[in-house]
Design a protein around this ligand. Structure first.
Ligand code: F0G
Length: 478
């Protein structure tokens, strides 16, 4: 079918209830039209999912059927690594879909990093989501939420962000000129690489005195009051786009399911989306097993670890014991505890997708671990030494895989995919401080975070501006 025919067929189906929004809480189960703008259930306040009447979707018989789009890469919608899987997220008619060419990302076998993690040769893979147009995995979800915003006639879109969501939103706004971006950031909590993107793309940037958790509360209030479309990952359409990261991992593995997916955990949108992707593929008979999921917190922002691993909070068929999380948050408040990690992207204590992530952990027999800033930066240095590099938060996945190997939970022969969520150039401050010869600089940026050594530092060699000295230095060090 030509795209235009498919678009009008889908428009008809979308408007007739093929896709809808449904409350996550099975005791409520309220559903809402796909054309409504919501970030929570009207009836009980719980999170919403985007769901489909799969019996009415023309889903391919095999995942390999998606390969038919490879030969149509000259069409923007088939070039997009998100929309070429449109049949698995069919909430928008194709003529309303927004793309800037997101999702051209790479799964790379990474033996150098695999050795560091303790894997057998050929068993560790890195999914480089930093290769997206705005430099992070966020573009996968943003193109979906932005499409929904466009479908529903939004003129302004807002988010709170540790930097990457805002860079992505600002980019979609500037490329398409369809909406104005309003972003909320915490003070001093965003790396310059990310802030520079939002500023240059022309977003209205509101820096509030507080951290990400504070900014998140405010942006929800403000977007409700002013009727601004909210694109944080409580927006269920964001997660639909992020499901495609897993489709591309499967595609790169020639449609074989790996043993483990390891992902950093911040607001828990990615982990939630991955669980939903696998649950749906299983339901559709497109895979016969799901991988195990490991979500890795930074030790300074370890709410999921505390709740899941230490306090046994579970999905429990959609009825998690909310007293456990309430008590935990009350305790954080009474201690005035704030998230604190060099991995600023995941410096979050109140993950909005907590309950969805519990479902993903249930579906994928998941585990949760925390890793220190020292472990994160050492893993990051190894990722850079053996590949394209990543920002600190992303390296939590590799540090987490190493920890799970040491604990014997991941076997050396397992096939493991670590998600590298953001580009190496997003946060050069942390990287340069790690590799610096200047001890004061090291202490200033990293010392307060318990990082005592740069185990894999590649220090610049200082030489006088004299030919002989330069030649001697090169001979000595190369
Ligand atoms: N890695 C990077 C590079 C991120 O930017 C984020 C989240 C995460 C991991 C965590 O992902 O929230 O799906 O668990 N960054 C958000 C932001 C919060 O505002 O850019 P998650």
């Amino acid at each position: 079918m030509a795209d235009t025919e498919l678009a009008s067929a889908l428009t008809k189906r979308v408007t007739s209830g093929l896709a809808f929004q449904k409350c996550l809480n099975p005791l409520c189960g309220a559903d809402f039209d796909v054309g409504q703008v919501k970030t929570a259930c009207d009836r009980c306040g719980d999170l919403l999912d985007v769901e489909y009447d799969w019996s009415r979707v023309e889903v391919p018989q095999n995942l390999a059927d998606f390969e038919r789009y490879w030969s149509r890469r000259f069409e923007p919608l088939r070039f997009s690594g998100v929309w070429r899987f449109h049949e698995l997220l069919p909430f928008a008619p194709l003529d309303k879909v927004v793309t800037v060419g997101e999702g051209q990302t790479l799964l790379q076998q990474a033996n150098w990093v695999g050795k560091y993690v303790g894997m057998d040769e050929g068993r560790l893979f890195l999914q480089y989501e930093g290769m997206n147009p705005s430099g992070s995995f966020k573009d996968n979800g943003m193109c979906a939420a932005f499409t929904h915003a466009f479908m529903t006639g939004a003129k302004r879109a807002a988010c709170a962000s540790t930097g990457n969501t805002s860079a992505s939103l600002a980019m979609y706004c500037s490329v398409t000129q369809l909406m104005k971006a309003v972003i909320f950031i915490g003070s001093g909590k965003i790396s310059y690489g990310k802030l520079s993107q939002a500023l240059e793309y022309g977003a209205l940037t509101v820096q509030i005195a507080g951290d990400f958790d504070d900014a998140m509360i405010r942006v929800r209030e403000v977007s409700k009051d002013l009727g601004i479309y909210l694109v944080n990952s409580i927006n269920p359409f964001r997660l639909e786009g992020q499901k495609t990261i897993m489709y591309r991992v499967l595609e790169a593995l020639r449609w074989q399911v790996p043993d483990w997916i390891v992902v950093p955990g911040g607001n828990l949108g990615n982990s939630s989306a991955f669980g939903k992707a696998f649950q749906e593929l299983l339901h559709l008979g497109l895979i016969d097993r799901v991988p195990r999921l490991a979500v890795i917190n930074a030790a300074g922002a370890d709410t999921l670890y505390q709740l899941f691993d230490r306090r046994n909070l579970r999905w429990n068929g959609g009825q998690p014991d909310r007293l456990i999380s309430c008590d935990y948050y009350n305790d954080l408040d009474s201690r005035r505890a704030k998230a604190d990690t060099i991995a600023s992207a995941i410096e979050i204590n109140r993950p909005v997708n907590l309950v969805k992530c519990l479902r993903a952990l249930d579906v994928c027999d998941g585990v949760v671990r925390k890793v220190t800033d020292q472990e994160i930066l050492d893993a990051k240095a190894q990722v850079g030494a053996g590949g394209i590099g990543c920002e600190p938060a992303s390296a939590a996945s590799v540090a987490g895989a190493k920890l799970l190997r040491q604990q014997g939970i991941i076997a050396p022969s397992d096939r493991v995919v670590c998600i590298l969520t953001g580009h190496q150039l997003k946060d050069p401050t942390a990287t340069v401080a790690y590799h610096t010869t200047d001890q004061d600089k090291f202490n200033e940026v990293l010392g307060s975070r318990g990082v005592t050594r740069a185990s894999f530092a590649n220090r610049a060699v200082a030489v006088p501006n004299e030919l002989d000295a330069i030649i001697r230095a090169i001979q000595l060090y190369s």
